[in-house]
Design a protein around this ligand. Structure first.
Ligand SMILES: [Zn+2]
Length: 123
């Protein structure tokens, strides 16, 4: 709503997707932003119909139901627009579109971005 970057289609294209270890994912976006995701955080934000009421948008999944030790078992590319994860708890229904992943990152719903080049966030 506030940023022009959200309207930039290119911003939702990952340039690089790296699974750093069992529980950490890093995405470098086409616009240069680097986002880090931790498995338990991503799992808690699962957008599937089992985790979110598709009519009300209310989150059914409770944060405390997801272990902090959760890991990523598998990552699959869904078409050219999304990722799907298989978690160590067996859940694999969520389709995380790149747009959604980017929004999570921009909203600060994931790990702190630690590798920003110290740029000024003036505007
Ligand atoms: Zn789910």
């Amino acid at each position: 709503m506030e940023g022009t970057a959200m309207d930039n289609r290119q911003a939702f294209e990952p340039r690089e997707i790296v699974q750093e270890d069992d529980a950490n994912l890093r995405i470098t976006w086409a616009d240069g932003q680097i986002c880090r995701y931790r498995a338990p955080q991503l799992r808690r934000m699962c957008p599937c119909a089992q985790c979110v009421n598709e009519w009300t948008g209310e989150r059914i999944l409770r944060a405390e139901a997801v272990s902090d030790d959760l890991t990523i078992k598998d990552i699959q590319l869904v078409g050219r627009y999304a990722l799907s994860f298989r978690w160590s708890d067996g859940h694999e229904a969520g389709i995380y579109s790149f747009r959604y992943l980017r929004q999570l990152c921009d909203a600060g719903a994931t790990d702190e971005v630690s590798e920003k080049d110290g740029g000024t966030d003036a505007a």
